[in-house]
Write a protein that binds this ligand. Structure first.
Ligand code: IDP
Ligand code: MG
Length: 182
């Protein structure tokens, strides 16, 4: 059994201070503590898909370390989609993202950035594979219900944009095996 698997099975015990989204400690492999920003976009919230999306990430085995519902301001959206500001769809993208509340989340786990991009599927919902969030739950690129950071570096920036450090909770795995005898 390799080191990463042993740490995962033992609960990856490590002591680290509250609100440290991007700091990795030497006793824990960094990819286990990797974090990403996932956001249910306004159409996903309106369509009552928040629970379905959380369920998929929980069942995959990722750890929820931050969650909040908010009406995103123009300021935060302009920073979040800064790289797309020259695209023709940018104004309508910002209107869409401000059209109702968003549920922003931070998920943690082994290679969570790459895995969550695969779970979310192609940007264009009509090209997204069945089994992916977009491929199962949406039909059009302009209403694709979910955001997922596309690299570890971008994830760190996006988490810092959407969350204050104190809004993230570090918690240790406990399988409650004393109670359930698993
Ligand atoms: P991603 O969300 O899969 O990372 P990006 O290329 O980063 O895709 O685009 C950000 C968001 O902008 C998309 O999720 C989608 O909501 C919107 N978007 C991207 N391309 C188009 C387009 O061609 N028409 C309308 N909206 C688009
Ligand atoms: Mg993107």
């Amino acid at each position: 059994m390799n080191f990463i698997l042993r740490r995962l099975l033992s609960g990856g015990r490590a002591v680290y201070p509250a609100g440290t989204p991007s700091v990795h400690y030497s006793s824990v492999a960094p990819e286990i503590r990797e974090r990403t920003l996932i956001a249910v976009k306004p159409d996903g919230v309106q369509r009552r898909l928040v629970g379905e999306i959380i369920k998929r990430f929980e069942r995959r085995g990722f750890k929820l370390v931050g969650i909040k519902m908010l009406q995103a301001s123009e300021g935060i959206l302009a920073k979040h989609y800064h790289d797309l500001q020259t695209k023709p769809f940018y104004p309508s993208l910002l209107r869409y993202m401000a059209s109702g509340p968003v549920v922003a989340m931070v998920w943690e786990g082994h290679n969570v950035v790459r895995s969550s991009r695969l779970m979310v599927g192609d940007t264009d919902s009509s090209q997204a594979k069945p089994g992916t969030v977009r491929g199962d739950l949406s039909v059009h690129i302009s209403r694709n219900i979910i955001h997922a950071s596309d690299s570890v570096e971008v994830a760190e920036k996006e988490i810092g944009l959407w969350f204050h450090r104190a809004e993230l909770t570090n918690w240790e795995t406990n399988d409650h095996s004393d109670l359930y005898q698993v």
